[in-house]
Structures are given as C-alpha cells and as structure tokens.
Design a protein around this ligand. Sequence first.
Ligand code: FDP
Length: 286
Amino acid sequence: MTPFDSGSTIDEILATIADTSSDVREGLVEDRTVSAETNPSGETQMAADIRADELFEDAVLANDDVGTYASEERADPIDGGDGAYHVAMDPLDGSSNLRSNNAMGTIFGVYTERPPASGRDLVASGFVLYGPITTMIVARDDEVTDYLLEKENPQVLAEDVTLPDDPTVFGFGGDVPNWPEDFLDFAREIEQELKLRYGGAMIADINQLLTYGGIFAYPGLKEKPEGKLRLQFEGNPIAHVFEAAGGASSTGDGSILDTEAESLHQRAPMHVGNAELIERLEAALD
Ligand code: FDP
C-alpha cells in the first residue's frame, strides 16, 4: 500500500507526479547545461527544464481523467482528451540553482477548469522539493500532508501540516532598488524581527516557512508591477498550500486565489506566510 492507493483520480495524479519526480531528480546530474531555448516568459531554459517538462507531460497525460497538461515551459496547454482535471506545472522551479548545486522543486496545481483558471478551481496542489532528501507537500480538502519520496513507495512524514505560530524566517525576491517604497519600508521592519532565508528557488524558500513560520514575497517591482512569479504555475498552487496550512496569501490586495485568470503565463505579485504577517503586509502596501 502507498498513501496514494485509494483509487481516486486525484490520488492517481499525485502518485504519477511523485513517481515521475524521481526520474526528474535522477536526470539532473546530466542536464546541468543551458539549452538554446527560452520559455514563454522569455527566460533561458536549462536542458533539465525541458526534460522535466517532457517527463511530466507524458506521465500526466497518460491518465484518461486528465484533460489538459499546462506548463510554464510551453506556450499553450496540451490537450489530453475530455478528462475532468487539468494539471498545471512548473516542472523545475528554481532551475538557475542547478549551476550552484542548490535545492530546486516541482510545483503542481490540479484544476477543475482548463488553465488559465481561477485559483478557486484548484482541488489539489503542492510541490516536490529536491533537497538533501526528496519530499512532497500536498494540499487538498483544506489539509496539508508532507510525504517522503526517497524510498520505493511514498511515505507520510506528517499529516495536518500547519504553519508554526511563532514565525522566524523571511525571504524577499527582486532587486532591492526596484522595490516600491511601501514594500521597502515593510521589509526594513521585517528585517528587525525575522532571519533572512532566501535561496533563489521559491520551493526551497517556502518550505522553510512551512517548517519555521514566516513570510515569503516576490513583490511587484517599480519596473515590473506584476512581479516575476506566474499565477497558474506558482502563485495559485502555493497560495492554495499556505491557505490550507492556516496561513495566508496576498497579491498586496487580497488573496492570490482571487486574482482574475487572464492568460496562461500572467504574473502576479506573490506574498505568502503566517496570516498576521500577511495582514501587516497588506496594511503596509498603499
Ligand atoms: P528560477 O528563475 O531559477 O526558475 O520560478 C522563478 C524563480 O526561479 C523562483 O523559484 C525564485 O524564487 C525566483 O525565480 C528567483 O528569482 P531572482 O533570481 O530574481 O531572485
């Protein structure tokens, strides 16, 4: 028995993602080169980004209940038939960390509508963290579970994962001169209270928050008010995890999950963490 043996479609999709992530991890050692391609957001792709995307596409679309596979690495969603679930993925989050051999992740969202979809259409979401060990966080039915993927079959590490009450860490992305004044003032306050933990792979940074409590932000920037992170593949799935774990998410103006879905690769300012910190952030932003 594995934790994903219930026979439900969502469990089958989770089992597929867990299983495929071990192939993704195994391939990293050979795929540390930069490809000649750019993704639809204009970022240089690593060979590993392309490989992870192909592995997940094949595996996820093999399930007849999956209608669409959408990925940060592809311009358009790939249709897989008339399945009721639509999977959106960032196959390899933080792939610029490959060069320096730091942690990376895979992010997924299972939507009931074809992306671009509302965050309120998520029925499950989560991420795999390729750290010293491989773990997977899953949010569904308002509960968060942490799995160990190291052994042949996934094992539950912790059920009902919630953010610790007493937050200790923060990580803010984007170049500081490009932070708007109101965000900069808020950051200066937070620096006096929490310890900096920013590693350049969102998944690794936000897993620190789930472990220690705190706040992560990739804010809207002066030259790029929409920030960097993509709503369908990054913002929505991670907001769904944090809200299920008793925390909160915000674009600066309400929950990320309420952001109107306009296009597949749209970006949105992203702030997630302990609810009281997100409340303070919203009050600090004009
Ligand atoms: P990356 O470009 O390496 O894929 O998904 C975008 C992302 O990484 C996040 O994982 C990470 O938090 C952020 O970009 C890092 O951006 P900066 O280099 O601007 O800090």
